[in-house]
Design a protein around this ligand. Structure first.
Ligand code: ATP
Length: 233
C-alpha cells in the first residue's frame, strides 16, 4: 500500500474544471516532483491533498484510508504538511515563537535542538522577528514549521521561487538531506534542475492531466521532454 494515493480526482473552482481524473501515488520515503506550465494544476493538486479544496469526485487515501472531505486541520494532524508558496510564517513573532506554535498540537513534535540541527541559520536568528528574515530564511522557517511537527509527508509549493541561486543551493542541500533520511515530500517547482536534483520520481502535468510519469533519471536523460512536453526546463 502506498503512503499517499490520489485516485482519479476531479477538482473544480466553481464551474471551472481544473483537475481531470488526476492520479498520483507516493511511496514512503519518496520525493515526487510535480512539474508543468503555469496553470497546469500543480498548486490545485497540493490544495486538494491538503483538504483546502474538496475534489468533486475521486478519492485521496493516506495509508489506504480516505482523507478527501476531511478538514485541512484533520489532514494536518494525520501528518500531511503544506508549505505554501507564500510562506506561512508570522512576521510579528520570533523564529522560536513561530516554531513553538507550529509544534503545539503535534503529538510527536521535535525539540528545538533537533530542528536547529537541520537549520543552523534559524538557531542564529531564533530571537529575530519573522518579518526581518531574508527570503531564504523565511523559506527555511516555513519548512521548519512543517518538519517540527514530524510531518510524514511535506508538500512544498515552489520553495525556490524568487530566491538567489546561492540560497537555492542551500535549500536544495537541506531538501536532499531530508530525502536521504527518508522524509517523504512532494515538490512543485518551476526550477526543474533544482527539483530533479533531489526528487526520485516525476509527474508532469498539463491542463490538469498527468502527461508524464517517470523517474528523475529518465527526465534528466531526455531534457527535450521537459522543454517541449511540459514547457519548462
Ligand atoms: P502556477 O505555477 O501558476 O501556480 P499551477 O500549475 O500551480 O501553476 P494552479 O494554480 O493549480 O496551477 O491553477 C490551475 C488552474 O486553476 C489555472 O487555470 C488557474 O487559473 C485556475 N485557478 C487557480 N486558482 C483559482 C481560483 N482560486 N479560482 C479560480 N480558478 C483558479
Amino acid at each position: 500500500m502506498s503512503l499517499l494515493e490520489v485516485d482519479r480526482i476531479n477538482t473544480l473552482y466553481g464551474d471551472s474544471h481544473v483537475l481531470f481524473d488526476l492520479s498520483i501515488r507516493v511511496e514512503e520515503g519518496e520525493v515526487i516532483a510535480l512539474l508543468g506550465r503555469n496553470g497546469a494544476g500543480k498548486t490545485t493538486t497540493l490544495r486538494s491533498i491538503m483538504g483546502v479544496l474538496s475534489p468533486r469526485s475521486g478519492e485521496i487515501r493516506l495509508d489506504g484510508r480516505p482523507i478527501s472531505g476531511l478538514a485541512p486541520s484533520a489532514i494536518a494532524n494525520m501528518g500531511v504538511q503544506l508549505v505554501p508558496e507564500e510562506r506561512a510564517i508570522f512576521g510579528g513573532l520570533t523564529v522560536e515563537e513561530n516554531l513553538r506554535i507550529a509544534a503545539l498540537t503535534a503529538p510527536n513534535a521535535w525539540s528545538f535542538e533537533r530542528i536547529y540541527g537541520v537549520f543552523p541559520r534559524l538557531k542564529e536568528r531564533r530571537k529575530s522577528l519573522g518579518r526581518t528574515l531574508s527570503g531564504g530564511e523565511q523559506q527555511m522557517l516555513s519548512i521548519a514549521r512543517a518538519l517540527i511537527r514530524d510531518a510524514r509527508i511535506i508538500l512544498l509549493d515552489e520553495p525556490f521561487e524568487g530566491l538567489a541561486p546561492l540560497i537555492v543551493r542551500d535549500l536544495v542541500n537541506v531538501a536532499a538531506g531530508l530525502a536521504r533520511e527518508g522524509r517523504t515530500m512532494i515538490v512543485v517547482e518551476q526550477n526543474v534542475a533544482a527539483a530533479l536534483s533531489f526528487a526520485t520520481r516525476v509527474y508532469g502535468l498539463n491542463n490538469g492531466h498527468v502527461v508524464f510519469e517517470g523517474t528523475s533519471a529518465e527526465l534528466t536523460a531526455n531534457p527535450d521532454l521537459a522543454r517541449d512536453f511540459l514547457g519548462v526546463g
